[in-house]
Design a protein around this ligand. Structure first.
Ligand SMILES: C[S@@+](CC[C@H](N)C(=O)[O-])C[C@H]1O[C@@H](n2cnc3c(N)ncnc32)[C@H](O)[C@@H]1O
Length: 389
């Protein structure tokens, strides 16, 4: 055995290839040198870049703390309180049941993050208003619900290396999303689906309009939403086209929630709900448009291929499939698709965010003739691929 092969890492180390790799290796050596760092921070031309990089690095280190400040902001309903109008620290301390000191700590922290704004003091007392980011949460109850369920994600990420090595068993998110467990799903109860289904329903309005703005459904007769949850996407589509007939397929207890939701919305005459497991059941026919919204990233390739094949079989010759979900490799949205969803789905125990090219490849294997990526206004929330059967 050679000396090098005794060191597992060494065998992988290869010199940079080509000028780009050599340039970035040289840059990395410079940036890693504390003397260079000090020089760059003091030299006027490099100072702004050095500060920006230092800030980015600090944000990476502190991200968890920022998230927990947001969690406190949401759980204490500070946005709702400040939406009524600005308030002083002692007024807020009373409303939040916190000591004035802790209230000030919270308010300074939320101001630093743009959730609140510090105003001029009144009678020597600090005063705060709702900030722009805090105000955006008022109109998006789905974001608050997402943030609250992150307690499970953070518990699962406590040891990220153990998670990466597959050593973390029985994750909290795996329990929250019971369909992520391999095997039969016919035992799932109404109670087991209610938490995730409610969360999806609350966050769906964020997605639905972006998808429906990017793809017009009024050129179709019947839309079937597979993995359609409680029917929020279909209800939004129904508002776009009064003649569109609706079909929903989901696990039986979720389909039942959708049926109740359609009745509540007065859509029962236009909507059929079908309960089943797309891992084993075929899909009902009759739709000329099928949607998979935030569905395939939850599953491994073998199940996705089975599902896409079932969708292809359910569509007529000229039928269309739209796949909408956050994707990997989207320029400008990499922290969401690749970092957030990459680790979220790993903690959930199944699936992965895929690039548009990877999804297109699976669509082709499932028999789709053509698949095209279509722009959405907020690709960090959802990308879109339109495929023809
Ligand atoms: C992440 S949720 C998305 C729900 C909805 N499309 C949305 O965007 O709000 C995934 C959905 O797929 C459904 N699902 C997961 N596995 C399934 C299966 N094997 N058969 C049928 N539905 C399934 C879940 O019940 C859930 O409603």
């Amino acid at each position: 055995m050679s000396e090098l092969s005794d060191q597992p890492g060494d065998a992988l180390i290869k010199p940079p290839v080509g000028w780009r790799e050599r340039l970035s290796a040289w840059r990395n050596r410079m940036v890693a040198d504390p003397k260079f760092q000090r020089w760059a921070a003091s030299f006027p031309l490099t100072r702004p870049i050095a500060r920006r990089r230092a800030r980015q690095l600090f944000d990476l280190c502190a991200g968890f703390v920022y998230s927990q400040i947001l969690d406190a902001f949401i759980r204490l309903k500070l946005a709702d309180i400040l939406f009524e109008g600005p308030a002083t620290t002692s007024e807020l301390a009373g409303r939040l049941s916190l000591s004035p000191d802790r209230t000030l700590t919270l308010l300074r922290a939320t101001s630093a993050l743009g959730l609140t704004v510090s105003l001029n003091p009144l009678n020597g007392e600090d005063r705060f208003a709702l900030g722009e980011l805090g105000a955006a949460l008022i109109g998006n109850p789905g974001v608050a619900a997402m943030v609250e369920h992150h307690a499970m994600l953070y518990a699962d990420l406590r040891d990220p290396v153990a998670l990466l090595r597959g050593e973390t068993r029985d994750t909290a998110l795996g329990g929250y999303w019971p369909y992520a467990a391999r095997g039969a799903l016919d035992h799932l109860s109404a109670e087991q689906v209610s938490a995730y289904s409610g969360l999806m329903s609350a966050s769906q309005p964020l997605i639905a309009d972006d998808v429906l703005d990017a793809y017009r459904v009024d050129r179709h007769r019947v839309l079937m939403d597979v993995g359609g949850g409680e029917g929020r996407f279909l209800a939004a589509a129904a508002r776009r086209d009064a003649d569109l007939k609706l079909m929903l397929f989901d696990l039986p207890p979720v389909a039942e929630r959708a049926r109740t939701h359609f009745e509540h919305l007065g859509l029962a005459d236009r909507a059929e709900t079908h309960g089943g497991d797309f891992q084993v059941d075929s899909l009902p026919k009759g739709a000329d448009l099928i949607s998979l919204v935030r569905v395939i990233h939850d599953h491994d390739d073998d199940i996705v291929l089975r599902l896409l094949t079932a969708v292809h079989a359910a569509l007529p010759r000229e039928g269309t499939l739209i796949v909408a979900e956050p994707m990997s490799g989207v320029r400008g949205a990499e922290p969401i698709g690749d970092a957030y969803f990459g680790f979220y789905l790993m903690a959930m125990g199944r699936g992965r965010p895929r690039t548009a090219t990877e999804i297109t490849e699976l669509l082709k294997q499932a028999g789709f003739r053509k698949a095209q990526e279509t722009a959405t206004i907020r690709p960090m929330l959802t990308g879109l691929i339109v495929a023809n059967a």
